[in-house]
Design a protein around this ligand. Sequence first.
Ligand SMILES: C[S@@+](CC[C@H](N)C(=O)[O-])C[C@H]1O[C@@H](n2cnc3c(N)ncnc32)[C@H](O)[C@@H]1O
Length: 181
Amino acid sequence: MSKTAVLAKLQPLEQESISRGIPILGSKKGAWLLQKIQQVKPQQILELGTANGYSGCIIGSDGAELTTLEVNAIIAEEARQNFKRYGITAQVLTGDAVEMVKRLAAERQEHYDIIFIDFAKNKYITVLENCIRLVKKGGLIIADNITMDGCQDYQEAVLNHPQLKTELIPIRDGLSCSEKI
Ligand SMILES: C[S@@+](CC[C@H](N)C(=O)[O-])C[C@H]1O[C@@H](n2cnc3c(N)ncnc32)[C@H](O)[C@@H]1O
């Protein structure tokens, strides 16, 4: 499906989320992310911070297997319903993403083509090393809201990390996109 068609299909969910004050990615950053997904064609994606599944519907729209982590059981259930509504194959795991990423990294290495980080801003730095372990060589770790308070240590770390090549994407409050080299 074309980028425009995917975003148009998700417009009701975007509007509904905005009117309810759910802090979703939105269609402007969504368009950038979708372009990346359609270019990279990932098979395995891990997302930290599901909310009601808006960004999951974007990153899962090209047929990848999506695993997404959410601490709030009520909104996680909404995400499951939205994945059904939009035909997205996703596994929503409920719990603290920091702990779950630690467990996943102990079980498997270099498994994901893309990891999308969009949860508690001051915890981005705590998951970085495990995300590097979990992402494939040549794979991407993408983080949202990178200029927000709480993300500075993460931003500095990804810009200076010897295993990462990072670019900052200046859309609204910014994204970072780090390739594992
Ligand atoms: C910005 S929202 C995610 C938006 C979503 N990615 C989207 O664009 O549609 C952040 C989500 O992270 C969740 N969250 C916060 N701390 C968390 C934690 N420690 N583990 C897992 N999820 C967490 C919140 O409950 C919230 O739903």
